[in-house]
Ligand binder design. Structure first.
Ligand code: HEC
Ligand code: HEC
Ligand code: HEC
Ligand code: HEC
Ligand code: HEC
Ligand code: HEC
Ligand code: HEC
Ligand code: HEC
Length: 472
């Protein structure tokens, strides 16, 4: 950030020099582009960059050796502006982003979802769908221009021609590159919504979302430092909890730093973070795994690495709770976390583990093929964990009751009993199905109603309720 400091001093000394110098740096570009695409130039004019004399060439200027460099009206430029380019002036943000899951979001080729997109759907859907959220691998043609099938794209883990990962304009839309814009939930809502990860919808229905909409004008979104509890006391946004400052927490560009569970896989586990000296990071799953000591060397998939620091799931959770405590008492925060943990345990133990064990047995015993998505039961199981089970967990994590229950555990239960169990019988036959169900499902008291029927007390309670309430 040395350069920033110099610029700030210049700016403070001579009020007009910043804009004048920016105009000079942008000068070789403005003449044409102000006419060709005034939206781009006006966006830049409205930005902090313009005020701080960061011009077009500071970002678009390229080395002739770059894969995507081309000659353009007397200058060598590139269209793609990658995190490595922003790092010239924003090293801290880029260093934090580098090791995050966001930076890795483009590496999904081996996943089940990718098989679904490429084979069951088709490549066009992957280009206009998956990769617009996850990021493409940007390819350039012989003229150094990105190819149409890999760009436009501001996917989160975009793989850039210079090898860097990510796209800063995934959240900071160009050419304003504004912090205030990225603090708003819509910045995240392009990707974090829909049937399999409805964080946006969950947040919208939460009291936090309700209060944000009611008080948006009083949230001081434009402040330089935006500190929870001080600069605003109402509805926190996605950024408030996952990125912005509050309590002892500074701003972080690693959105994973404050989460303690992974709510994505079939069965949720706790996450412990190892940060290496090269700034890459790794999650180690489990309640209390042995974490390597700071300073020790660890063998990883990409060679030996020295450990800089670790963050256990408790420390990660502690960081998030520190934020909550700027607006709530610790007992309130603990209560909210216990309600959340309880839903994760219910989903994991009652539904996910038994269903997964049965799927493993069916596959192991050759009752379903090794290929995914060619048996109806595989679709049921996929939606159970990937859609419905995630919705339940996300609803509970972020105070969305409708997602915790109606779009969540209600759907999980309904499809577990009314689709999954009948399909086990179809593929395994009645006898083996009974054996699997006894072993994995009915051994749990919570499932016995399904085999034995509801108890007399349970039925009587329901009858009485309707009688008293509706005289029916
Ligand atoms: C003489 C007029 C002129 C000047 C000066 C000029 N441009 Fe352009 N620019 C164009 C035209 C015309 C195009 C579209 C044709 C092309 O891609 O070359 C273009 C295209 C571009 C593109 C590619 C957009 C795309 O999606 O293909 C970028 C990026 C760009 N200019 C940036 C700059 C920058 C940065 C400067 C300043 C160094 C600059 N231009 C100066 C006329 C100009
Ligand atoms: C802070 C860095 C930054 C500055 C300053 C900047 N740009 Fe860009 N520009 C970007 C980024 C990021 C993109 C998106 C490219 C990508 O996907 O990586 C972009 C894209 C573009 C494009 C292609 C996008 C389209 O919609 O067609 C043009 C043309 C362009 N910039 C012109 C300019 C001009 C002219 C200026 C100066 C007035 C300028 N830029 C200043 C970062 C910058
Ligand atoms: C609307 C944006 C969007 C689209 C479209 C999308 N994803 Fe995702 N995907 C996400 C988000 C956001 C997450 C993280 C969800 C979470 O943390 O709850 C995610 C998670 C994943 C994960 C899990 C990653 C991990 O580390 O556990 C995989 C794999 C994946 N997506 C692959 C795909 C594939 C393949 C497609 C297309 C067939 C696709 N996604 C379409 C936004 C999207
Ligand atoms: C996931 C969304 C997201 C992405 C991606 C993102 N940012 Fe940010 N960025 C934010 C938010 C939110 C803030 C405001 C933090 C706060 O409340 O102060 C911010 C603030 C900033 C600031 C202002 C300084 C500060 O700490 O407030 C800079 C500079 C910045 N980002 C640079 C970058 C760069 C460079 C990249 C690409 C490596 C990037 N950002 C990618 C969301 C994002
Ligand atoms: C030549 C230096 C330089 C480059 C390159 C540069 N920036 Fe900046 N940027 C600055 C300066 C100076 C400021 C104002 C001081 C600050 O907030 O750090 C700033 C401010 C910002 C802010 C905060 C704006 C606000 O609303 O407060 C964001 C976000 C940002 N830059 C993102 C980016 C991104 C993303 C890139 C790459 C696409 C980039 N910058 C490239 C110098 C640069
Ligand atoms: C009040 C604070 C708060 C707000 C606001 C909030 N979150 Fe969260 N978020 C959490 C907590 C708490 C968790 C679970 C943390 C844990 O695992 O310990 C979480 C988990 C997540 C996860 C991880 C899910 C997974 O599958 O593992 C994602 C992604 C996420 N939030 C995105 C968002 C987005 C996007 C928004 C805005 C639409 C948002 N959050 C708003 C607190 C918040
Ligand atoms: C362009 C799409 C996109 C946008 C915008 C976006 N995300 Fe994400 N996010 C993803 C994807 C994809 C993943 C899953 C990455 C993976 O693990 O492969 C993800 C993962 C996450 C996670 C889980 C991190 C972890 O370590 O497991 C959190 C939390 C999160 N995002 C929060 C946010 C917040 C907060 C914002 C807005 C400030 C935001 N995201 C904006 C696509 C996006
Ligand atoms: C910027 C302040 C702020 C932050 C940060 C914040 N909250 Fe809140 N939260 C509020 C306000 C204000 C309410 C509304 C209280 C009410 O119900 O009247 C609220 C309500 C709640 C509720 C009650 C929901 C309901 O529907 O009744 C829960 C639970 C909650 N927050 C948990 C959390 C957790 C957990 C965190 C951290 C992950 C957190 N909050 C962070 C301000 C905040």
């Amino acid at each position: 950030m040395e350069r920033t400091i110099v610029l700030l001093l210049v700016g403070a000394g001579m009020a007009l020099s910043g804009a004048a110098a920016a105009a000079e740096s942008a000068d070789p570009c403005l003449g044409c582009h102000a006419k060709r695409d005034p939206g781009i130039v006006n966006g830049w004019m409205a930005s902090q960059h313009h005020r701080m004399e960061v011009g077009c060439l500071d970002c678009h200027g390229a080395d002739p050796k770059d894969a995507d460099a081309f000659k353009h009206n007397g200058h060598t430029i590139a269209i793609i502006v990658s995190p490595a380019d922003c790092a010239q002036c924003h090293e801290k943000e880029v260093d934090e982003q580098k090791g995050s899951h966001h930076a890795k979001a483009g590496q999904i080729l081996g996943s089940l979802d990718n098989l679904l997109g490429e084979v069951v759907g088709g490549p066009a859907a992957v280009t206009a769908g998956c990769r617009q959220c996850h990021g493409s691998r940007v390819k350039v043609d012989a003229r150094g221009r990105p190819t149409w099938d890999t760009w436009p794209n501001t996917g989160m883990g975009r793989i850039n021609p210079d090898g860097s990962l990510g796209s800063c304009s995934a959240c900071h839309a160009r050419h304003e590159f504004s912090a205030a814009q990225a603090r708003q939930p819509e910045a995240c809502g392009k990707c974090h919504l829909g049937p399999d990860h409805p964080q946006m919808e969950v947040w919208e229905e939460s009291k936090h979302g309700v209060l944000y909409r009611a008080n948006r004008e009083k949230m001081n979104l434009d402040k330089d430092a935006w500190v929870a509890g001080k600069d605003y006391h109402s509805g926190p946004t996605c950024a408030s909890c996952h990125m912005s400052a509050g309590g002892r927490q500074g701003v972080t560009h690693d959105v994973g730093e404050r989460i303690s569970w992974t709510l994505r896989p079939p069965v949720s586990t706790k996450l412990n973070m190892v940060v290496y000296e090269d700034l890459s990071k790794e999650d180690i799953n489990g309640e209390a795994p042995a974490l390597p000591a700071a300073g020790s060397t660890v063998r990883t998939g990409s060679g030996d690495k020295k450990v800089a620091r670790t963050m256990s799931w408790r420390e990660r959770r502690g960081a998030m709770q520190d934020l909550c405590r700027q607006c709530h008492e610790p007992s309130f925060v603990d209560g909210a976390y216990r309600q959340f943990d309880d839903v994760v345990a219910l989903y994991n133990d009652k539904f996910a583990k038994p269903a997964k064990a049965i799927m493993d047995d069916l596959r192991g015993g050759g009752r379903i093929t090794g290929a995914d998505f060619d048996d109806p039961i595989e679709w049921t199981w996929y939606e159970l964990w990937h859609h419905e089970g995630r919705r339940a967990r996300h609803g509970a994590a972020m105070q969305g009751p409708d997602y915790a229950w109606w779009h969540g555990l209600y759907e999980v239960s309904k499809h577990f009993y009314e689709k999954f169990i009948p399909q086990i019988k179809q593929v395994a036959g009645e006898a083996l199905a009974q054996e699997l169900l006894e072993r994995h499902v009915y051994s749990q008291p919570g499932h016995q109603w399904h085999r034995d029927g509801m108890s007399r007390e349970q039925l009587e309670k329901v009858r009485k309720f309707y009688e008293e309430r509706y005289q029916q």
